[in-house]
Design a protein around this ligand. Structure first.
Ligand SMILES: Cc1cc2nc3c(=O)[nH]c(=O)nc-3n(C[C@H](O)[C@H](O)[C@H](O)COP(=O)(O)OP(=O)(O)OC[C@H]3O[C@@H](n4cnc5c(N)ncnc54)[C@H](O)[C@@H]3O)c2cc1C
Length: 378
């Protein structure tokens, strides 16, 4: 086998976008994945909502999320041009709605945080919110309208990324990677499940919540990811009478309307290891919580219930950049925002691979932050 410049292990949204952007910059790239275009990226709801999903104490991550949201329109335009396929991006805006007065106080807290960061959300009364989205429950006590939070149909995004990769000359190997071949300083190749060796001096580990399952690496080079289970429900309603025009968020649930009448309700957040079962409890709570802000969901047809595994990290932020070995690049741990973070991750890692320099934007997210903290403890 000839040695590609880069081997990307894992072909979810993150691995595929890195492969495409790196190949577009002139590198020869091989993606290793027995089922590319699936993983958590296929299951996700596709919210692109850095402002509505803002959390206290995560301002640095927020800046990365926002930077990626800003890259999205250009990323999608280029992707659609290269692939010749629709990528499913939709500038919908997003409404956060409070079921009652207590929840409205929680919204007030989010609103203040958003304002403090210089954002310009609009605070709404219950009736103003219902004027925008007439199907909201009569009891909705208030809301926040965020014009800049959008969505992408990830089940359109992934096929487009696969096609863009193929048209840009990325090679695919339909196998799992078993091990990484390395010495104490640097990586030398990837060993596949069937024992085949792909020699390379540069490896990107983008295998989602499975990213620390590769043999051969020293412990400190293993990214500390874990699976965080999420269940969601797909429904279908009439395309000509959409129940909802914008993305909708309650305290414990979100509803994402697609333009053809499909709707996604998500998602649970469960620490259950590698369990993919769909439970009655989860479906019950998701439907109940959605019903309480949008009663009309009960009229719709359920077309799918499904569970996926987010790649969680110890601080909920991704690990992006070079690890302890020369040539070993980590791009995982995107947790709840991997679809949102796809453009910025791809741009930053492609730049690192071509120039050898980590862009400043991803410096705070170096995988070394966990290696250092382990050393400090021991
Ligand atoms: C229910 C749910 C809802 C979500 N909603 C949103 C949302 O609204 N917005 C958002 O931005 N994010 C959302 N996410 C998070 C998002 O899905 C993830 O952060 C993102 O998909 C991670 O992408 P990835 O490419 O790193 O991992 P994955 O998509 O999981 O891809 C990993 C790939 O690696 C491959 N792989 C694994 N092991 C190996 C190996 N040894 N060798 C080769 N290949 C391997 C797998 O086959 C897979 O294709 C959601 C996630 C879930 C579960």
């Amino acid at each position: 086998l000839t040695a590609p410049d880069v081997v990307v292990v894992g072909g979810g949204a993150i691995g595929l976008a890195i492969a495409w952007k790196s190949a577009a910059r002139g590198l020869s790239v091989t993606v290793v994945d027995e089922s590319p275009g699936q993983g958590a990226s296929w299951i996700a709801a596709g919210l692109l909502a850095p402002i509505t999903e803002l959390h206290h104490g995560e301002e640095e991550l927020f800046r990365l999320n926002l930077a990626s949201a800003e890259l999205y329109p250009g990323f999608v335009a280029e992707l659609e041009e290269v692939s010749g396929m629709p990528a499913g991006y939709l500038a919908t805006g997003m409404l956060a709605a409070a079921r009652d007065r207590d929840e409205n106080e929680a919204l007030e807290d989010l609103f203040r945080l958003q304002e403090r960061l210089g954002l310009e959300p609009q605070r709404l009364t219950g009736s103003e919110a219902r004027r925008l989205e007439p199907a909201l429950a009569p009891g909705v006590a208030g809301g926040i309208l965020v014009e800049g939070d959008h969505q992408i149909d990830n089940r359109a995004l992934l096929p487009a990324l696969l096609e863009a990769c193929k048209r840009t000359g990325v090679d695919f190997v339909a196998q799992r990677a078993r091990a990484i071949e390395c010495d104490a300083e640097s990586v030398h190749g990837v060993i596949l499940q069937d024992g085949t060796r792909i020699p390379t001096g540069s490896i990107v580990v983008a295998a989602g919540c499975w990213s620390n399952h590769l043999e051969g690496l020293p412990d400190e080079a293993q990214p500390p990811v874990r699976p965080v289970k999420g269940q969601l429900i797909h429904l279908r309603g009439p395309a000509d009478h959409p129940l909802l025009r914008r993305n909708l968020r309650g305290l414990d649930v979100y509803v994402v309307p697609r333009p053809d009448g499909r709707l996604v309700i998500g998602a649970t957040v469960e620490e259950m290891g590698f369990d993919l079962s769909v439970t009655a409890q989860a479906i019950f709570s998701l439907l109940r919580d959605a019903y309480e802000i949008l009663p009309g969901v009960l009229e719709l047809e359920i077309t799918e219930t499904i569970a996926g595994l987010r790649p969680g990290s110890p601080d909920n932020a991704p690990m992006l950049g070079e690890s302890v070995l020369k040539g070993l690049v980590i791009a995982t741990g995107h947790y709840r925002n991997g679809i949102l973070l796809t453009p910025v991750t791809a741009a930053a890692i492609a730049e690192l691979l071509t120039t050898g320099k980590s862009p400043a934007l991803i410096e705070p997210f170096t995988p070394l932050r966990f290696v250092r903290s382990t050393e400090a403890v021991s």
